[in-house]
Every structure is written in structure tokens, then in C-alpha cells.
Design a binder for this molecule. Structure first.
Ligand SMILES: [Ca+2]
Ligand SMILES: [Ca+2]
Ligand SMILES: [Ca+2]
Ligand SMILES: [Ca+2]
Length: 532
């Protein structure tokens, strides 16, 4: 009896102690049961309609969800320019979906250009696409996209960065690789002549000394930031004129062992960098982050790292380890994103901390303090064991908006590949991480706050966040610029805490509006712009 009591006490201590994480996130299958070969995944959430998600996988799978990732439909993309892999999906602020991938055109050569197709209906139908970077017999590979959603000068530009090979896969010393960039000012219909980004080239082997893994990110003033791997280093460059020209390369960090390294059970692995810039209204606004993987701690102890610049990429801080385990095991294939509502950073990666064999979990790391520290939580419900003779793909992905976080990853179960996601919320993470450290996010807010709505300008949905330090009746109303009340967004009782409310302005006309929060004796207002 005493013994049982002891167990009960231990169990309760465990529940409330800092060491035990009981959070489990429902995993949703993205790929259909009838396919067994999808790999290399991408995911995006529609800022104009946040319950809509789009995802993609090799070779040409497109997945769409209209219920925040719970259920998915699967189609195959097509284009006369070919759909040859390396899928990338992003939305612009209007809800246009861009699908960028490798080419194999009828009558052309494999990877002779980059292709960007566009959908105005959440992936239901795509344009045939634009080809970018066709340059004789050179090869165009491994691209990524970014949309400028907020700046004044270059707003709505779309950017593409990638690697050009003189001849992909050859060891001839005279052949070289380089990072290129192009931009579109007409929502992806036409693209600029590519410009060279990397001052120093690489070889064409598709390994450590090849310059590869360019991911663009947009700064608060429309700066285009990009980092890439090559020569066992991470290198940075930026454009301050909307992608027309880039500058002198800047050293970011060493990448010991290079971007190309072996993980047992995985066909091939890389630690290429992901570039991000915070354009939220949090105090972390303007910070640039780079997340990558390398084997500096040993070939059997790959880790995930993050570094930050607070001066537009001119100088870089300390390299922080993102995975927080105390094992000497493998963490690999990171992808990262910023929730531009909060400035919080989310990193997804594969993790073997819990096993001494090739069993693999998926972990999510979260930083709510501008990349100073990361908390980790497992997001996969069960481990899987991959085998190295089946192609696993070159990356996984994650997207986040308004406190909703969607990692996407591949599993391999008895040689069958499948694609999975989870709908993680910052609210759930707050509950998971409570007690781990003295994080303030679960504490009662110190005062009343009403945040700038996001996105803004918006069409037709936006999110308003607020904090109240004591329980009270809360009313949020909307007024036009003449002070006429046009809508009630919320009217009800709320406990002390932090809240977000989604608002749909479909029935209103374009223009400036004022939103007002009335709670207790406090009245706070903000301005928003509806742009239809
Ligand atoms: Ca690939
Ligand atoms: Ca340069
Ligand atoms: Ca290597
Ligand atoms: Ca490790």
C-alpha cells in the first residue's frame, strides 16, 4: 500500500515536474494510403485564409487542406516545363500560392531552368508556370522562394534564390557552381534576369564544396537576405535594391564537416541553412536568424544550430545549439520558420535522442526570446526506422501563423514513405513548457495590451491579439474613420490571460478602420486597413 502511494506521489511529481513532457500532438496523414513514394516536403499556410494549407512532395504531389491540416486531398501537378522535384510552396499576402520546382521540359534538358507555377485557388489549379534562369546547357537546382508581405518599397515582390551548376554532378575542376537570385514584381508572371549572389563559387560535385542551400528571407524594409553552405562555411549576402544587385559576401559561421554528411538509415543527408527575418512588431523585429545542421560534435552526434544578426547581417552572434538533449545522438534535417505575429522561432528536425538504434522521432524546438534559448518537444506520436537504400528526400518543412504551427515530415515504415503533419498551437506549447523554466508566457499579464492586427493590411481575414491582467467583460468593436460603429468583433467574459481573435471583414468595404478593446476600465485602440 505504502509502495502504491509512493508510485502515485512519484507519478504526480512527474506530471508537475519540469522533466516530464506529456504533451502529445495528434499526427495527421497528409499523403494518401495508395502512394508509398512521397518525400521531400514543403508546407505553407494562407495568410488571407488561415485554415487553408498547401503542401507538396516529390515528385509532383500537391496536398491541400481547408481544415487547418486535419484532412488533406492529394493531386499531381503538371506543366509543359516539367515537374522534376525539389518542391517549394509559399503564399503571398493575397492568398496566391506559388509552387516552385525543378524542370524537365518537353524538348528541353533536365533541370535547365527553375519553374514557378501559380494558383489563385489554394492549389486547386495551377498555371503552366514561368521558367527562370535558362542559360545554355547549365543546370539550375535547389531553389527556394520568399514573398515580401510588409515592406513599403518592394512590397509584393517575390524572390527566388538557387544554385547554378556549369554541369551538375561532375568533378572537373574547371566546372563551377554559384548562387543566383531573381525576382518578380508582377506576382510571379515574369521574372528578372538572374544575378549572381555568391562572390565565391563552388565545385559541381553536389557536396561540401558546392555552394548550395540558398533560402531567401525578406527584411522589414524589403531587404533580401540569403545564406548558403559551401566550403565548410555558412555565407550571407543581401540586396538593398529589391533584388537587382547583391553585395560582398559576409562570413556567418563555420560548418565543420560541411553540409553533406552521412546519417545511418538515411539515403543522404544535408545541413543546408534556412534564412529567416523577423518582420513582426515584436521587439525582435529586424533580427535575422540562420538555422542549419552539422557534425562539429562528431559524425555520430549531428546537431542543429542557430545564429542571429541584429544589424542586418553585417555581424553575427554566438552559435546556439537548438536541440537540448544530453545524449550524443543524431539530430538532422532541420527546417525553421518565424511566426510573424509573435516573432517566435520554430525549428523542426529528426531526432534519435530516445534510441540507441536508427529509430527516429520528430522534434519541434521553440524560441520565444529571439533565438537566445530553445525548448524542445516531440511532435511525432511514434518513431520510425528508415533504411538507406530508399531515397528519403533532402528536406522537411514547417510554417507558422497566428500561434498555429504546422511542421511537415516524412516517415518511412517498412520501406513505405508517407507524409505527416501536426497542428501545434503556441497555447498548447505554453502548457507543455510550463514549469520547465521561469518563462513568463504562462503568467498573468502585467497589464492590458492590444497588439497590431496581423496581417495588416488584410483581405478579408485578420487576427487581433490582446492581454488582460484580470478577468472581466471584454468588448472589441470596429469603427470607421468617421467614428461610426460598423461591427462588434467580440463581446463576452474572459479570464485573465492572452487571447487571439480572428476577424473576417468580408462584408465591409476597403478602407481604414479603428478597432477598440474595452475591458474593465481600460480602453485601447488600433488602426487597421482592409484592402480588397
Ligand atoms: Ca531534392
Ligand atoms: Ca555577393
Ligand atoms: Ca561532409
Ligand atoms: Ca546530437
Amino acid at each position: 500500500m505504502v509502495r502504491h502511494l509512493k508510485f502515485l506521489v512519484m507519478f504526480l511529481i512527474c506530471i508537475f515536474s519540469s522533466k516530464c513532457l506529456f504533451a502529445q500532438f495528434q499526427n495527421y496523414r497528409v499523403s494518401s494510403f495508395s502512394v508509398t513514394d512521397p518525400n521531400e516536403v514543403t508546407i505553407a499556410v494562407n495568410p488571407a485564409s488561415p485554415s487553408h494549407l498547401a503542401a507538396g512532395a516529390n515528385m509532383r504531389y500537391i496536398y491541400t487542406s481547408n481544415d487547418s491540416g486535419k484532412t488533406w486531398s492529394e493531386t499531381s501537378a503538371s506543366s509543359t516545363l516539367g515537374t522534376a522535384g525539389d518542391p517549394v510552396l509559399i503564399y503571398d499576402r493575397f492568398g496566391n500560392l506559388y509552387y516552385q520546382h525543378l524542370s524537365y521540359p518537353a524538348g528541353g534538358a533536365w533541370i535547365d531552368r527553375m519553374v514557378i507555377q501559380k494558383s489563385a485557388n489554394n492549389g486547386g489549379a495551377f498555371s503552366n508556370g514561368a521558367g527562370v534562369g535558362l542559360n545554355g546547357s547549365k543546370n539550375q537546382d535547389k531553389g527556394w522562394l520568399a514573398a515580401d508581405m510588409t515592406s513599403t518599397l518592394y512590397k509584393d515582390n517575390i524572390y527566388l534564390t538557387w544554385t547554378e551548376f556549369d554541369l551538375y554532378g561532375v568533378t572537373t575542376p574547371t566546372d563551377s557552381s554559384r548562387i543566383l537570385a531573381s525576382y518578380s514584381t508582377d506576382h510571379g508572371v515574369t521574372w528578372s534576369t538572374p544575378v549572381r549572389v555568391s562572390d565565391r563559387g563552388g565545385d559541381c560535385v553536389d557536396s561540401d564544396n558546392t555552394v548550395e542551400g540558398a533560402v531567401p528571407a525578406i527584411g522589414p524594409n524589403g531587404e533580401v537576405y540569403v545564406t548558403w553552405s559551401g566550403h565548410n562555411e555558412i555565407t550571407f549576402d543581401k540586396s538593398l535594391d529589391g533584388g537587382k544587385t547583391f553585395g560582398k559576401d559576409i562570413f556567418v559561421a563555420n560548418q565543420p564537416g560541411g553540409w553533406d554528411y552521412a546519417i545511418s538509415g538515411i539515403y543522404r543527408c544535408n545541413g543546408m541553412p534556412i534564412t529567416m527575418c523577423d518582420v513582426s512588431n515584436a521587439k525582435t523585429r529586424g533580427n535575422i536568424y540562420v538555422v542549419w545542421g552539422d557534425t562539429r560534435n562528431g559524425t555520430n552526434d549531428a546537431d542543429i544550430f542557430c545564429i542571429k544578426s541584429t544589424d542586418g547581417g553585417n555581424t553575427w552572434g554566438n552559435t546556439i545549439r537548438v536541440n537540448n538533449d544530453n545524449t550524443r545522438r543524431q539530430q538532422f534535417f532541420p527546417w525553421a520558420t518565424i511566426d510573424q505575429t509573435t516573432g517566435y522561432i520554430y525549428v523542426v528536425f529528426y531526432d534519435r535522442r530516445n534510441y540507441s538504434d536508427n529509430q527516429t522521432d520528430v522534434y519541434l524546438a521553440v524560441s520565444t526570446d529571439g533565438g537566445v534559448s530553445f525548448q524542445n518537444v516531440k511532435v511525432s506520436q511514434t518513431p520510425f526506422t528508415p533504411v538507406s537504400n530508399i531515397f528519403f528526400g533532402d528536406y522537411i518543412c514547417i510554417t507558422a501563423l497566428n500561434g498555429n504551427i504546422y511542421p511537415i515530415w516524412m516517415r518511412m515504415d517498412v520501406s513505405n514513405m508517407s507524409v505527416w503533419t501536426a497542428h501545434v498551437t503556441q497555447d498548447a506549447l505554453n502548457k507543455t513548457f510550463v514549469g520547465i523554466d521561469d518563462n513568463s508566457i504562462m503568467k498573468t499579464p502585467a497589464g492590458y495590451e492590444l497588439a497590431q492586427n496581423y496581417p495588416n493590411p488584410f483581405n478579408p481575414q485578420t487576427t487581433i491579439s490582446y492581454k488582460i491582467p484580470e478577468s472581466s467583460k471584454v468588448v472589441i468593436k470596429l469603427y470607421d474613420i468617421n467614428g461610426r460603429e460598423v461591427d462588434t468583433i467580440f463581446d463576452g467574459f474572459k479570464q485573465a490571460g492572452q487571447y487571439q481573435i480572428n476577424y473576417d471583414a468580408s462584408k465591409l468595404s476597403s478602407g481604414r478602420y479603428i478597432y477598440k478593446l474595452i475591458a474593465g476600465n481600460t480602453v485601447l485602440t488600433g488602426k487597421m486597413i482592409l484592402q480588397k
